[in-house]
Design a protein around this ligand. Sequence first.
Ligand code: ADP
Ligand code: MG
Length: 624
Amino acid sequence: MPIRVLPPEVASRIAAGEVIERPASAVKELVENSLDAGAAEIRIDVREGGRRLIRVVDDGIGIPTTEASLAFERHATSKLTSSDDLEHIATLGFRGEALASIASVAQVTLLTRHADEAVGTQIRVDGGHLVSQEAKGAPPGTAIVVENLFYNVPARLKFLRQPATESSHIAATVRNFALAFPERRFSLTSDGRLVFRSTGSGRLEDVLVKVYGLEKARQMVAIEHGESSNAARVAGFVSLPSLSRSNRNQIDLFLNRRHIQDRALTFAVTEAYRNRLMVGRYPVAVVLIDMDPSLVDVNVHPAKAEVRFQDERGVFRAVQKAIVATLTEHAPAPEIRPDAVTWAVPAWAERRQALLAAGQGLQQQMDLTSPPAAPDWASLPQRDDSTHANEESPAAALAAVPAEQNGIAQRATSSESAPAADGNFEQQAADILPMLRVVGQMGATFIVAEGPEGMYLVDQHAAHERILFEQMMAQQAAHSVPQQAMLEPIVFEAGTVHGGLLAAFAEELTATGFGVEPFGSDTWLVRSVPAVYARVDPRRALEEVLEGIADGRDLVGDTREAALTAVICKRAAIKGGQVLSLEEMRQLVRQLEACQNPGSCPHGRPTMLVLSTAQLEREFGRRG
Ligand code: ADP
Ligand code: MG
C-alpha cells in the first residue's frame, strides 16, 4: 500500500485512544478539568459502567461564551501559553486534548456558565462534529454529559469489560481524587446508586475513613515528614504493621496531587516495611509527594499516569526515610532475643514456594492442568452426618459430598495416579517436603505433628483454607469448577448493599461457581453454588460470601477472582474448635504438604509453626 496521510477523523480517533482508554479515563480527564476550574464540589454520575453515560457537574469558574466551542478543538487549552510553561506545570491538564478526544468518540453535551457572565452556553458535539450551540440559562459552573462512549470505535467497545468492572475503575479514580483533594467535595453515583462521597472537610483522615472504612483507617498513621528534603516533601498516611495486604494495589502515590504509578517509589514504600511485615505482605499507603514542578516532567505518558523525576534517587530516599521515621515512632521493630524460644514458619515451606515459583515458567502448563496431587476430603470416611446433614459444619459437609459431585478436577489426580517427576523443579520441591507425623490435636484447633526440624503446630483452619484455595484456583484455571446445581433456582433478596456487591462481583462469582443472575431490583436468582458449599444453605453461603466482600478484610489476592476465592475458602474451611479424627488430620497434613505454598493461608497468616528440636533441648537444659 502507498503511504498516505490518515484522514483527520481516523487520526483523531487513534489519538483519542491513547488518552481515553476506558470510561474511567474519561472520568479522570473531566474531573481534572473541574479541579483546574477551581470547583469546590464535583458530582459524577455514570450509567452502565460509564458506557451509556458519564455526567460531571462542577461549580467551578465556567467557560466564557466566546471560548466554549474552542474547548473541543484539539490542542486548545487555557492552561499553557508557551512551551516555557511546560517546565513548571501547576494544573492537572495542559495538553488541550481531553475534551477533543472524548468528543471524537462519543456524543457530548456541554452546559457552562462563566462566573462573570449572566447567561450560559450549551454545545452539542457528536463524534467530533459540532451539532449545535445556543445560549442557555445555567448555574455558574460546568456540566458535561458524555453519552455512548466509543459508539464509533467498535474495536474499543469490544475491549471494555463488564459494566461492574468499569464502574469499579471509575470508583477507584474518584477515590484517588478525593484522597488528593480532601478540601473538595466529591460524589459518585453509578446507575443511581451512591457509590462514594467525600465531605470536603479538608482533612485527609476523613477521606481515609470513607475510602477504607473506620476500622482500617484507625490502623493508619500520618507520615512524619521530618525535615523536608529539598528534593521532595512527603506527607500522607501509612498503615501500621497490623494492617497489610497480599498485593501492592493499595499503595497510592501522588505527586503534586496527581495520582501516579511509579515502580521505584512503590518499592521505596515496601522497603520501609522490611522486617515489619511478613514476606509477601504489603502495606496500605497514601503517599503525597510535593515538589517544585520544574523538577519533574509530567508530560511523558498519554494519560499522565507516569512522571519522570530529575532526581529520582533523592525522591526515593525522601519517601523511604519519611515512612521509616513514621514507623519507628509508631511501631518499633520487634527486637529479636537470640535466646528466646521462637516458633517459626518452617524454612522448607518458603524454599519450596520459591522453587515452585522458579519452575513456574517451565511448568506453567502442568500447574494449570494438574491441581495439587493429594487425596481429598471427599474420600474421607464419613462421620455420623450420614443421617442428618450438619449445616453448621463445612467440614462435615465436605466429607459428605459424594465424590462425583465434589469436583472431577480435584479427583483426577490422586496421589497414587499423579504422574511422577513432572519436572526438575517440581521434583526438587517435592524432595524438600518433610514427612510430618501427626501426633494429636490441641484445643480442637491445632494439629500437633513431628517433623525432621522439630515439633510442628498446624492451624487446621488456615491449612484447610490454603488447600481449598489451591484446589479452587486450579479448577478455575482448568475451567472446571465443580458446582452444586439447585433443583430449582433460589430467589435471593439481596437488599441494596449486598445487591450492589452482587452486581459488582457477578463476573467473579460466576467464575468461582456461583450461578447468579439478576431478577429485578436487588433480587437475584441463584442456580448453583461452588461444590465446597454443597451442604450449606445456598442463601447463607451467598450471604456469607457477600459479607466477606463487604468486610473487605479478607479480600486480598492478585486478581478479583483470587480475592473472591479466598473469601469462599475462608468460609468453607473447617473451623477451629472442631474435633478431628487422627485419619482426618493425616489427610489434611498430606494435602497441605502437596500445596504450592503450604506455609501460609491465602490471607498470609501462617498455617504452621515449628519449634526446633535444638531449641527444645536447650530449654530442657540438655544442651548448652
Ligand atoms: P486541558 O485540560 O489540557 O486544557 P481539555 O481538553 O481537558 O484540555 O480542556 C480544554 C479547555 O476547556 C481547558 O483548558 C479549559 O479552559 C476548558 N474547560 C474544560 N473543562 C472545563 C470545566 N469543567 N470548567 C472550566 N473550563 C473547562
Ligand atoms: Mg483537561
